[in-house]
Ligand binder design. Structure first.
Ligand code: IMJ
Length: 272
């Protein structure tokens, strides 16, 4: 018996094989889940169909979470195909590129609106669409980032959006709690995905996190996948409204780590 045997779920936000949503899909598939994937825009259709095929799924639907009609269509298809749902994954965010630079206070009204609608309201809209079909024991997971809790250079309006996303998780958890449906977030460490592409110094960000995280390494897509799958499974039946960090411990650190060189110099001084 596998952890997700007999469970059916929908994953929003697979763009390619590097997506954290793809890691989640693979972990869920490995544990026996039956999956549907949604994609955004024609361009990603030809990417996502073969990925779904790897999971033995041909349940692939277009869905822009900023479009109520497309959300309705997705859940109408779910009703027809499955009747009921056990889990839904939200791995969706967007801010205009020019907002991920410079001063936060220079965020435009429109840039703020776009980031909040696409990265925050999209979870609420997805949950409202899924609500009629979610079974008791159902589970919803979204993805967040440390920039929600602390200031991370250039993250700007996305940090404010992730803070609102994490608050949404708590309100949604309260809404769904009585039905035995759980809502949680994973706060993932930085990972090389489409969402990281075009961010100037991303390699430096990865190196910084690797060098300063308690575990002295970055996280993998598989680790995010397994943690999300845990939250979606019955093993997490008592967990809701939670933000689980999958970041090699980076979020607990208050200052940069002591380097091996500094440690060696300290040891040498002690020995004198
Ligand atoms: C994104 C921007 C600035 C700093 C960042 C990130 N750090 C990390 C990310 C330190 C880890 C990646 N991340 C956690 C995100 O949530 C990214 C969201 C994002 C990325 C883009 C890039 C392309 C674009 N719009 C975007 N909107 C949201 O045009």
């Amino acid at each position: 018996m596998r952890l997700m045997d007999g469970k059916k779920g929908l994953i929003f936000g697979v763009a390619n094989e590097r997506s954290l949503a793809w890691g989640i899909a693979r972990s869920c598939h490995r544990e026996g889940a039956e999956l549907g994937l949604t994609y955004l825009g024609e361009a990603l259709q030809k990417r996502v169909i073969p990925l779904a095929a790897q999971l033995h799924s041909d349940f692939v639907l277009p869905c822009d979470l900023n479009n109520d009609e497309e959300i309705d269509n997705v859940f109408r298809a779910v009703e027809e195909r499955w009747g009921q749902l056990d889990f839904v994954v939200h791995s969706v965010a967007f801010a205009k590129k020019n907002e991920l630079n410079g001063k936060y206070y220079d965020t435009s009204r429109e840039g703020f609106r776009v980031a909040m609608e696409t990265s925050v309201y999209s979870l609420t809209a997805m949950c409202r669409g899924a609500a009629p079909y979610l079974r008791e024991g159902g589970s919803i997971v979204t993805l967040s980032y440390l920039g929600a809790e602390r200031v991370v250079p250039h993250y700007n309006v996305m940090g404010v959006a992730k803070a609102a996303l994490e608050a949404s998780v708590r309100y949604l958890a309260a809404d769904f709690g009585k039905r035995g449906i759980r809502v949680n977030a994973i706060s993932a460490g930085p990972a090389k995905t489409l969402a990281a592409s075009g961010i100037g110094d991303f390699k430096e960000i990865l190196n910084w996190n690797r060098d300063n995280a308690p575990m002295r390494r970055n996280i993998t897509r598989e680790e995010v996948g397994d943690a999300a799958m845990f939250l979606l499974s019955g093993l997490a039946s008592g967990i809701t409204g939670e933000v689980l960090h999958v970041d090699a411990g980076y979020h607990i650190v208050g200052m940069r780590a002591v380097t091996d060189e500094e440690e060696a110099a300290y040891q040498a001084a002690q020995a004198e």
